[in-house]
Design a protein around this ligand. Structure first.
Ligand code: XMP
Length: 517
């Protein structure tokens, strides 16, 4: 079973993944490809639709990404967005110029052309613009379908050639009818049928996994995070007891989290579950170490030593599975990131594990390798993975290790676990949980003087952190209501032993990071 495919050709725009996600939300399978992917390769993929992304360049910049004119005659409908729109005009003989003043932000456009892509869109609507150049003269055979006060060609098209272009960004939510416009392009112009549905994905993937794995064994490293949990759920459905999940518990998870993960996977899923409890080993390795980078390094090294030893012990016949998701592949350069522009490598993702040379499996399986995070969550829910796991906040690989400032000790882990549990409980009860992207407690290496009853105390300070963000590249501190903060502070000082003071972190990112270490 193969799905209809939309190819997003990446010209370096910051919203390339967002475009792909929106297309998927429209029920159409979508992949991001570099702008310089050979046209023969694009044709061989047999796409139903092509979208050109935006990009930071001007088409006249000699180093800007270009594309052969041939792409416009392979018979696949194309939608150009922002830079992609200018590139379409420029390549086909139109003219692009610099605006007297850049258009940036929410801009009103008007259209009444009867264009297929504006079906159901009112004559006037707000879109998100972000450009300095604009198309000043259309190529032959094109006509304008929308304009704004400062942009005479906010949208244009040559419908008989199935070429469409919009200067604005339909993929961002600030464009009121953006999703409708993308939907119109995919369905009205390209004839997409919406065959990308998660129920089918599960069924097809389970069938593929069964065929690929046969009667061999599979080992998966389970972290308790969303991705590895959903990968485990899918593999369990496909091959049951042929799957072994190895869960390394370094003792740096949140309160009771290790037990919750174990209970979930042993009770709800058919598999072999191996939990390796190695808190003591980690504490020993971390003794006396307070430098943040060194702590991270030790926790990472120790983790993989334990993990690979366990793998060697179980044997490496069969397959190795991991919870890699689609953005991991793009970010780490294994996928199709653009060579030009701003979407450079951001981080090598922890999901993609480097295997020691002596460990050799028959192959590696990445059942979620084509999915975005929101799709992984949908699959997780359909597989019956508990809500708390499917909607788990991001949690750093080194766990509470980066939230205990200075040396990590057993006592400090306990204090932080308790404090974090109280904070989470209050946020949950307050009804504001869904507004926060991440919230947690931090244990700075600070003691302060306090008074409790008639006694002087000299005890720990707890910092609480809560952020709102779209992508974690930037973040703002959450404006938690004072009465919620008051309850949290009260409970932390009363219920958590060795805590006598609470502060709220009001630093955005930048200049701060989300985590303290
Ligand atoms: P920072 O602190 O860099 O965090 O602003 C951004 C997001 O990344 C998470 N984070 C990590 N995730 N391994 C991870 O998987 C790590 O080592 C790590 N460090 C930070 C952090 O929780 C936040 O969501």
């Amino acid at each position: 079973m193969s799905n209809q495919l939309c190819i997003v050709l990446d010209f370096g725009g910051q919203y390339n993944q967002l475009i792909a996600r929106r297309v998927r939300e429209c029920g159409v399978y979508c992949e991001i490809k570099r702008f310089d992917t050979p046209i023969s390769e694009i044709k061989a993929m047999n796409p139903t639709a092509i979208i050109f992304t935006g990009g930071p360049n001007s088409v006249y910049d000699p180093s800007s990404p270009h594309i052969s004119e041939e792409i416009f005659s392979i018979g696949v409908p194309i939608l150009g967005i922002c830079y992609g729109c200018q590139l379409m005009a420029y390549t086909l003989g139109g003219k692009v110029e610099s605006c007297e003043k850049s258009e940036y932000g929410k801009i009103e456009i008007s259209q009444n052309s009867g264009s297929l892509i504006f079906e159901g869109v009112p004559e006037k609507s707000v879109v998100w613009m972000s450009h300095t150049d604009f198309v000043s003269q259309l190529p032959d055979g094109f006509s304008v379908t929308a304009k704004s006060a400062d942009c005479p060609c906010a949208a244009f098209e040559a419908p008989e050639r199935k070429l469409y272009a919009v200067q604005f960004h339909p993929e961002v939510t600030h464009s009121e009818y953006g999703k409708q416009i993308l939907h119109n392009f995919l369905y009205n112009v390209c004839g997409c049928t919406g065959d990308w549905v998660m129920d089918d994905f599960i069924e097809n993937t389970v069938a593929k996994l069964r065929e690929q794995i046969g009667d061999k064994k599979v080992i998966l490293g389970l972290s308790g995070g969303v991705d590895s949990s959903v990968a485990a759920g899918l593999l369990s459905r496909a091959v049951g007891k042929q799957l072994t999940c190895v869960f390394v518990d370094q003792g740096l998870m949140r309160k009771d989290e290790g037990d919750f993960v174990e209970e979930t996977f042993t009770k709800l899923f058919d598999m072999n579950f191996v939990r390796v409890n190695c808190k003591d080993q980690f504490l020993k390795a971390l003794k006396g170490v307070s430098d943040p980078e060194q702590k991270r390094k030790i926790i990472g090294t120790e983790f993989y030593n334990v993990f690979w030893d366990k793998i060697r012990e179980r044997g490496t016949d069969g397959f190795f599975a991991q919870g890699t998701i689609y953005p991991d592949r793009i970010e780490s350069g294994r996928g199709n990131q653009a060579g030009h522009g701003s979407t450079a490598v951001i981080k090598t993702h922890h999901n993609m594990v480097k295997m020691p040379e002596d460990i050799k499996f028959a192959g590696t399986i990445e059942p979620l390798g084509d999915l975005f995070k929101d799709e992984v969550r949908q699959v997780g829910e359909k597989l019956g993975i508990p809500h708390d796991l499917v909607w788990r906040q991001p949690f750093p690989g080194p766990g509470l290790g980066v939230r205990i400032i200075g040396e990590i000790t057993e006592e400090k882990i306990k204090i932080l676990q308790e404090a974090d549990a109280v904070f989470r409980d209050e946020i949950r009860k307050s009804g504001i949980e869904s507004e926060l992207k991440q919230f947690f407690a931090v244990l700075p290496d600070v003691r302060t003087v306090g008074v409790m009853g008639d006694h002087r105390t000299y005890d720990h300070l707890i910092a609480i952190r809560a952020v709102t963000t779209d992508d974690f590249m930037t973040a703002d501190w959450a404006r938690i209501p004072y009465d919620v903060l008051a309850r949290v502070s009260n409970r932390l000082c009363n219920e958590v032993e060795h805590v006598n003071r609470v502060v709220y972190d009001i630093t955005s990112k930048p200049p701060g990071t989300v985590e303290w270490e």
